[in-house]
Design a protein around this ligand. Sequence first.
Ligand code: ADP
Ligand code: ZN
Ligand code: ZN
Length: 720
Amino acid sequence: MRTVQCWIENPVRKLDQTYTYTCMEEVSRGCRVKIGFGNRTVTGFVDSVSETDETVQQLEERLGVKVKPVLEVIDRVPVLNEELYDLGLWMRDMTLSTAISCFQTMLPSKMKPRSRREDTVRERWVKVSDEEVKLTPKQLQAYEYIREKGEVRYSELRNRFPNQAKALLDKNALVSYLKEKEARDIRADIAAPSYDLTPMQKQAMDTITGSDDAVYLLCGVTGSGKTEIYLRLAQEAIEKGRQVLILVPEIALTPQMIERVSKRFGSGLAIYHSRLNPQEKYEQYRLVSSGRAGIVVGTRSAVFMPFSDLGLIIMDEEHDTSYKQDNQPCYHCRDIAIQRGRHHHCKVILGSATPSLESYARALKNVYHLVTMDERINDSLPDVTTIPLRDTIRGGQSYILSDALREKISARLQADQQVILLLNRRGYHANLRCRSCQDTVKCPHCDISMSWHQDIRKLKCHMCGMEMTLPRKCPSCGSTEGYSAGGIGTQKLEDEIRSCFPMAQVLRMDADTTSKKDSHEKILTQFGRGEADILAGTQMIAKGLDYPNVTLVGIINGDEGLQRTDFRSCEMTFDLLMQASGRSGRGEKEGEVVLQVYDPAHYAVQCAARQDYLTFFKNEMKFRHAGQYPPYVYMISLTSSGKTQEEAEKITFALMEELEGSFKKIGVITLLKIRDRCRSRVILKGKDLDEMRDAVRKFLKESTLNLNSLKIDVNPIYLD
Ligand code: ADP
Ligand code: ZN
Ligand code: ZN
C-alpha cells in the first residue's frame, strides 16, 4: 500500500506538520493533492511517498490516528522541483515560518497550492489540416502562411487575414486547438557594447572570474560601471549554456535596465516583478521552467524561479530594503540567493555603492570576497553643496527651495539640462494640527497623523490608505478654530516648482502618480526622452536611473529620516543621499548635487556629500557597537497583535517569561496601532542565532496560546 505524507494548505502554525494519507495513484514529492481534513476538503502538498506492507488498520493502530485516502491527485508533475522543495523547507527553518507559507511564497499565485490548473489562460491556435479543399487565391495565401509557420495563433491569423480566417476554418482547411497562453519572447537587436572595459573594470572582472570564491561584494560608487560588469559576467555564463538571474530592487526595474539587458542578449529574457498580473507572472515563470528563458531580470520573488542550471546570480543594490519580505515568511532575498548559489555551484555577486553594514562587515571578514571600484567611468564625482536649512529659513528664504537651489535650477533650465528634485514624502502637507489643542488629525484606524492631499482635497492615511474629508470640528477637542499645516510633501513641492518656474515642464513620481500599471514606466520614459525638465518625486526616483542630461539633483529635506528612532535611520538616510547624488552628472556633462539639511554636521550627511562610504561605515559601526545592534548581534523580532492591547500582550508576556537562553530579551514594547490592531513586541538580541531560533521554536511547540497573530521576523530591517 502506498502512503503519502503531506502538508495542509492552511498556514496556521499549529498545523505545521505533515499528515499521512493513503494513495492509490502514482504521485511524487512536490505535487498537490485533494484530501479530507476534519470535515473539509483541502489541498495538500506531498512531502514524501512511501510503500508499506501494513494494512490500513495496522497503520492506523501504529500512528494512533485515522488514515484517510487521497481524494484526487492534482499534479502529475511536481509544481516544485527537488531543489525548490528543499529550499522551501530550509526557508521554513531560517525564518521560523510554516512550510506551507514558504511554498506559497515561492510559487506564482496561479500555481499556489490552493489554485487549479484550469485557472490558467489558454489561447486558440490553428494549423493546416489534411483535408483537400478548394481555396480562393486570397485564402490560399493565408493557408500558405500558416503552413510555412507550422502553427499560428488564431488571433494573429485574424489580424493578418481578417476576411479569410473564419472561412478557412469553416472549410475545414485548418484545425484549431487550445494551448496554454505563453509569454511572447522579448526580442531586441543585439548591440555589443561600444566600449572596452576600463582598467578598473577589467581588474574587477579578472578578480571575480579568476577566483573560486562563491560570494562577492562588488562595492562601487554609482556610475563606476558595475552594470557593465554584470552584463559581461552574464554573457560568459550564457555562452557556457547556463542560466543567469539578475535581481534588482522593487522600483529599479526601469525600462532602461530592461533595454540594456535585452540589447545585450537579444532574446531569451524573462522579466518578473510585482507589477505583473497573475497571468503574466505565470507566463514568465513558464518561460523559465520550459527552458526558453536563459536570463531572468526580476525583483525579490524572482529568486524562486525554477532554474535548472544556474550559472550566475547578480543582486544589484544589495542593501535595498525591498529585498526583505515584510510578511510571513519574512525572508531576505540575499539569503535565498546565496543558498541557491550553493546548490547550483555558481557565483553570487552582490553589488552596491552603499552595501548594507551586514554585508560590508562580512566582506571585511572574508566571508564575501570584496571587490572595490572607487572611481566613476567619467572620472568626475558630482560637486555637492550642502545647504543648512535652519540658517536659510531663519534668513527668510523658502523652506522648500532655498535661494541657492532655486538659482542652480534656473541655470540648468537655461542650459537645457534636466533636474531631479527629491522629497521623501508624498501628499501635500504631512499633517494638519488643530489651532486650539495642537493635536494632529489622526487616522481612526491607526495611531498616525493623516496627510493632506490637495489634489483630492482629502486627508489620507499612508499606513492603511483610508481617506476622509477634513472634519469641521477637531476630532480631539471639538474646536472649530481650524488647522495649521505642517510638513511638506511632493504635491506641495510640485506646486512650488510650478510657481517658481512657470515655463518648465514638471513630472511628479510618487506612490500617488504610479498607482496604475505601467504609469511608472511612462513617467520615466517621458523624462528620458527629454519631454520634461524637472522630475520631482520620492525615493523611487533615487534608484537606478541613468540619464546623461541630468546635471542637477536637489534633495529637499535630506536628513528628515534621521528623526526616526530606528537603529537603521542613519544608514537609510546615508543610502538615500548617496543614491540620489549618484543620479547627477552620469554623462559627459559635469553634475551637481544640492543637499538641503537641518543637521549639516551629521556624519551621514557629511559622508554622503563626499561620497565616502568607508568613513560612514566606520562611524556607523561604532554606534552599532555601542548600542549592541546588528551586525554585532543578531535579532529576532516577535510581534503579536490583537483587538485590544491586553489581547496583544498575552503572547508577548508569555514570550518574556518562557524564552530561555544566553540572549537578551527586550520587551514588552507597545507599538502604534495599525489598521485597528493593537500591537506588542519582544525583541531578542544575541550572538548565537541558532540558539535564539531554537528557543522560539520550543515556545511555538509548547505554548497553548493561539499564535496565529504572532509575526516572527528573523534579522528584521525595520523596528518601528
Ligand atoms: P553603475 O552600475 O556602477 O552605476 P554603469 O554600468 O551604469 O554604472 O555605468 C555608468 C555609465 O558608464 C553608463 O552610462 C555606461 O553605459 C557607461 N560605461 C560603463 N562602462 C563603460 C566603459 N568601459 N567605457 C565607457 N563607458 C562605460
Ligand atoms: Zn483640537
Ligand atoms: Zn490608517
